[in-house]
Design a protein around this ligand. Structure first.
Ligand code: BES
Ligand code: MG
Ligand code: ZN
Length: 510
């Protein structure tokens, strides 16, 4: 969707559809309903508008409540669409994102180029934050994955004109906000495409290639792709054990970004992503129904690449290194047997009691590799456990880590971007449960243990953090996919969630 912002508009819009907001008023008498509260913010408008607004204000059936809307024609032939948003004092930015997404869906097949009277959508008296939220809603909802449909949807929709009475001198600032949002949303849609691609197309070699090609276009980014040979040289025994049954080579994509004004004090953040292009479970094979959609098991890598990409484009103030461990988890005669004991890159031995607990094997080796670069902070993201769905549903992302201050900062970033994130504890008992009797570690606590699976997986990962790196882990197995409760996310397919939170953290890290 194309959006252009017009500040200091001196004329009324000529668009066929003009979208404005309306709020509801509280009245003391419960039996009475107040008419909608409308603010004719654009005061210089012609009489016709003023009269129409006045009429609407006294309308007895339209109260400006959330979900209500009212359309009325002007003599010019244009149509005004008033969107009820409810009590203005209770509105949050997330409401703007959701409303914007709903509006897009409602108008895109009926109008070509509607105007949005932006000033009427400013909440909390914060124009810039409101602008950001509204734009996010519009750009995130405009996503389709139609690559494999022989008949693609057609549209004549040209986009929105965002009109504001605010001073023309703000144009550059608002255009900057606009381009930042666009960078983030385009990166999110890039990630959604990767996740939605089927596993026969997007196998490990292809995924690494696509990311490396895209990353090479980013300024100030160094791109390295480690092949199987390199990964063998690095002695990543756990990563290689997962790849053993695959028809494709493993890949470790290593990207690094240094901001233009970096000094020796510049913070360095490492991002480590689980990139399982498909997870069959290996010899601990998943039942058919649970295997469906396991193409999305690379969503952690896609999420972190999107956060990296967007942060580079928006000139994040920190050094960022991104490490993506990419393979599938398949079976052939070479595939790793349950009971196998392998040696991790950090020298620890690990008994693989369940080949379906593969994400932690890949991540552990890649995290150890990342810690060699001595980052201040390391964040991993992974579709790691089905247990996170039991604990937090599809709506809330799990957070774990070894440093409370870092976890608090990440929780704050998620709050700032209205994404649900909840911390789970990693306790000594969980760590103990991952210790082996004939090996240093086991990749699951016990066969049949269904308790605290998400945090026990984190306890396993924690043993691969070294050099006093502060570490946090996002389990996105629930939030990575279909979000039918969010109008700006597809109800089927990759959500693209948590990119905005992690991007926010990177843009504000000091
Ligand atoms: N990729 C899965 C996690 C997953 C499961 C994501 C269901 C989304 C929905 C992961 O590799 C896995 O298989 N985990 C196992 C771990 C278990 C064997 C300890 C799981 O959650 O069942
Ligand atoms: Mg698995
Ligand atoms: Zn997996």
């Amino acid at each position: 969707v194309k959006i252009d912002i017009h500040l200091g508009a001196k004329e009324s819009p000529k668009n066929e559809l003009v979208i404005i907001s309306a709020f509801s008023k509280e009245v003391a008498d419960k039996n009475k309903k107040a008419p909608a509260k409308m603010e004719l913010v654009n005061t210089h408008w012609p009489k016709e508008y003023k009269e129409a607004f006045a009429k609407l204000k006294s309308h007895t059936r339209f109260h400006g409540k959330k979900g209500e809307h009212y359309k009325f024609p002007l003599t010019s032939g244009a149509v005004v669409l008033a969107l009820g948003l409810g009590d203005k004092a209770k509105l949050e930015y997330e409401h703007l994102r959701k409303e914007a997404a709903k509006v897009f869906k409602a108008v895109k097949d009926h109008y070509d180029h509607p105007a949005i009277l932006f000033d009427s959508f400013i909440i909390k008296n914060k124009a810039e934050e409101s602008l950001e939220a509204l734009l996010e809603g519009l750009y995130l909802v405009d996503y389709k994955f139609e690559l494999y449909l022989s008949k693609k949807s057609e549209s004549t929709f040209k986009g929105f004109q965002l009109i504001s009475d605010k001073a023309k001198s703000l144009q550059k600032k608002w255009d900057d906000i606009h381009s930042k949002v666009l960078h983030t949303c385009e990166s999110i849609n890039f990630a959604r495409n990767l996740v939605n691609e089927p596993p026969n197309v997007l196998h490990s070699e292809e995924m690494a290639k696509r990311i490396a090609e895209d990353a090479k276009k980013l300024k100030g980014v160094k791109v390295t792709v480690l092949t199987k040979k390199d990964i063998e040289k690095e002695k990543m025994g756990m990563f290689l054990a997962v790849n053993r049954g695959s028809a494709y080579e493993p890949r470790l994509v290593h990207l690094s970004y240094t901001p233009a004004k970096a000094t020796s004090k510049t913070k360095h953040v490492a991002l480590v992503g689980k990139g399982l292009t498909f997870d069959t479970g290996g010899y601990s094979l998943k039942p058919g129904a649970s295997m469906i959609n396991m193409k999305f098991d690379m969503a952690g890598a896609a999420t972190l690449y999107a956060a990296f990409r967007s942060s580079v484009l928006n000139h994040a103030p920190v050094k960022i290194s991104c490490y993506l461990g990419i393979t599938d988890n398949a079976i052939n005669s070479l595939a790793t047997f349950p009971d196998s004991i392998v040696t991790a890159r950090n020298g620890k031995t690990v008994e693989i009691l369940n080949t379906d607990a593969e994400g932690r094997l890949v991540l552990g080796d890649v995290m150890d590799y990342a810690c060699d670069d001595k980052p201040d902070v390391m964040i991993d993201a992974a579709t790691l456990t089905g247990a996170v769905l039991v604990a937090l549903g599809t709506e809330v992302c799990g957070l774990m880590g070894n440093d409370q201050k870092l976890c608090d900062e990440l929780l704050k970033s998620a709050k700032a971007k209205d994404e649900y994130l909840w911390q789970l504890p990693v306790i000594q008992e969980y760590r103990d449960s991952m210790k082996g009797s004939i090996s240093d570690l086991k990749n699951i606590s016990n066969a049949g243990d269904r308790n605290a699976g998400t945090a026990k997986a984190a306890a396993f990962l924690e043993s691969f953090v070294k050099n006093e790196v502060k570490w946090a882990h996002f389990d996105i197995a629930g939030v990575g996919d279909s979000q039918s409760h969010l109008p700006y996310c597809p109800s089927k397919g990759a959500s693209g969630l948590m990119v905005r939170s992690i991007h926010h953290y990177l843009m504000n890290a000091k």
